[in-house]
Design a protein around this ligand. Sequence first.
Ligand code: SF4
Length: 433
Amino acid sequence: MSQPSSPRRPNPPLRPPQPIAIPVVPARAPGQAPRGAAPAAPTVPAQAGVLVALPPLSLYVHLPWCLRKCPYCDFNSHESAPPNAALQTRYRQSLVRDLEAALPQIWGRTVHSVFIGGGTPSLFEPEQVEALLADIRARLRLEPACEITLEANPGTFEAQRFAAYAKAGVTRLSVGVQSFNDRALAALGRVHDGAQALAALQEAAASFETWNLDLMYALPGQALEDLERDLEAALALRPPHLSVYHLTIEPNTRFALQPPPHLPDDDAAYGMLDHIIKRTTAAGLVRYEVSAFSRPGHRCIHNLNYWRFGDYLGIGAGAHSKLSFPDRLVRQVRWREPRAYMEAAEGEQAVSNETLIAVDDRPFEFMLNGLRLIDGVSLRDFYERTGLNAAVLEPALRRAVVEGLLVQDGLHVQPSARGLDFLSDLQALFLPA
Ligand code: SF4
């Protein structure tokens, strides 16, 4: 995952809806807490929606170019020859201007993680990445053990650069492989083949203590045996972290205009997901988010902050930010087109759009990502990050517990196995009335 965009309404359910038998809930005595409600909601803020503390802060940096636009991709990526040294330098200087203009919004705050995403950031030379990290460190206080991730793609000359990125200060590499099958890679419009994917991952493993491998499933023409071969190749490398995404057809992509033939149907895709969970578990990986699996100590700190409704400043073309202030929560988007972005950033006008997150929308926004976490979320975090008493969640929590979608233990809520299968239904319970 490179960066969350503005929150979307829930996707279609992961499994087809089935009739739900709703058990009768015993009547409550006056003053008695409902089953499934927070037993002791934290203190109500003086004013609903006012924060008593700021959440952890991350930095996202977007590098927007790719050698070829993949037909399924709805990220802000722009097809281009590799940016030359002059363009890399100009873009980096624009990022610095953008960051400097944003500093008053995050004065005094420590940054817990940095994620350089794209696009294909590994098109940038290690010297540029090193200079960028020095620029960032000169302007922001990074936590001593700050996780610094860089996204990379196999298929060009990037793999030889991986050791140099580590030397430049990158601590974690995320490699977008998607498959090892040449036929599947061609159907996905990827620029690399299976052998190049393998070589890139071996290089990543040699250069980084922690790294991620991205795979996709439910690919055009993919059978369970094909997926098994991809998993076998991936797991043989003992990745510290694995992300496995269902291929989805997003609006405004080439696949939306011309869907690929022979996509696995829903039943086949559910079977594939079950197989992925079984194989990764047997290999010692723990599923901690709907699409993310890791070995102990290798969870992605940056993505966890997104899922827990933390703050992030996003700089670069089309980058999204979510920032908290005591009296308001805001989302920002920067200009999407790289050249328009550079000109705007040079004039300290990189932000193209800023919106407030309405108080009524905060419960849904918090739960939309939080319920993707297998361990669930804390209602204390809900209180701190939305400024709202957990009591506002009571009707939705109660219904989710009654429908068997959620388990509640005091101030902790966790999706049940059924809730993960019907995640969109669970998330939708928290939509504003
Ligand atoms: S390489 Fe990644 S960011 Fe670039 S077009 Fe393909 S999917 Fe999108």
